[in-house]
Design a protein. Structure first.
Length: 134
């Protein structure tokens, strides 16, 4: 399997940063990275293949996971299940078309791919706030 990983980290201690994990195509990662530059305390881990989740350490707390429509239904299911097992408090945002694609307990928020970038940014900010507030 071909994989791509991209890490973005601001000039802060890792423990002070909120961790956003993204799984999807490289183009989607670039868009998300540019969008998240607006948030000063976020670091991003971008994976192109859901199996790369197995390489992310459980101690590396994930606050929000964004799963893009480039994942197949099976990959969405497996990625969501893995995230729920490794980081049970993590908020999962899925960007996907179609009516039935995942059981409700496997994700927290959903956006259609046609949603405006600011809508995704708002959901990420809300999820980060909820996660930190727990």
């Amino acid at each position: 399997r071909e994989s791509y990983r991209r890490f973005s980290q601001k000039q802060m201690s890792t423990k002070d940063l909120l961790h956003v994990l993204a799984i999807g195509s490289i183009d989607q990662h670039n868009e998300l990275h540019d969008l998240l530059l607006q948030l000063p305390t976020v670091r991003i881990t971008a994976l192109t293949h859901f199996l790369d989740l197995l390489d992310v350490a459980e101690q590396d707390l994930v606050h929000v996971a964004v799963l893009f429509q480039s994942l197949s239904p099976l990959e969405l299911f497996e990625a969501s299940r893995t995230i729920r097992q490794k980081w049970p408090k993590s908020k999962i945002i899925v960007i996907h078309e179609g009516e039935e694609f995942l059981e409700d307990f496997l994700y927290d928020q959903r956006l259609f791919p046609t949603a405006e970038p600011q809508e995704l940014l708002g959901l990420i900010e809300l999820a980060l706030h909820e996660e930190v507030g727990d």
